[in-house]
Design a protein around this ligand. Structure first.
Ligand SMILES: [Zn+2]
Length: 126
């Protein structure tokens, strides 16, 4: 099994980390979320992050969270999140190379900025 940079599995349904191992299926670790009772299988992308982690990060982004905030919450590198956002076609704010992403103190402003764009992304229409 590859090393997982995310410390603990998160539920793909509700993003809770309150998950328990629930046996194996097709040689993959299965989990069950104690919060939403959803069962899911651990999967890994080539970058070492799970598909679930990717979906959670993209959902966070679409809900207006900044890349650094997502990194802090999930342990996923903001660079990976940025790549996923690019790969899924969501448009990045054009102003910021990685080095100038605001820290927590400026997050409110960033969230407002990103949040105002989400309707144009078409996110949240699952
Ligand atoms: Zn859940």
């Amino acid at each position: 099994m590859k090393m997982l940079k995310v410390e603990k599995m998160q539920c793909p349904n509700c993003a809770s980390k309150n998950v328990i191992k629930n046996g194996h299926r097709y040689e993959k670790q299965c989990y069950r979320c104690k919060q939403s009772n959803r069962q899911f299988v651990e999967t890994y992308s080539e970058r070492g992050y799970s598909e679930d982690a990717k979906q959670i990060c993209l959902r966070m982004y679409c809900n207006g969270m900044g890349f650094r905030a997502i990194e802090r919450c999930t342990g996923v590198s903001h660079n990976a999140v940025i790549n996923w956002v690019k790969a899924t076609g969501a448009r990045l704010p054009e102003v910021e190379p990685v080095e100038t992403i605001p820290e927590v103190g400026e997050l409110d402003e960033l969230q407002t900025f990103v949040g105002s764009k989400k309707t144009r992304f078409g996110c949240g229409q699952q």
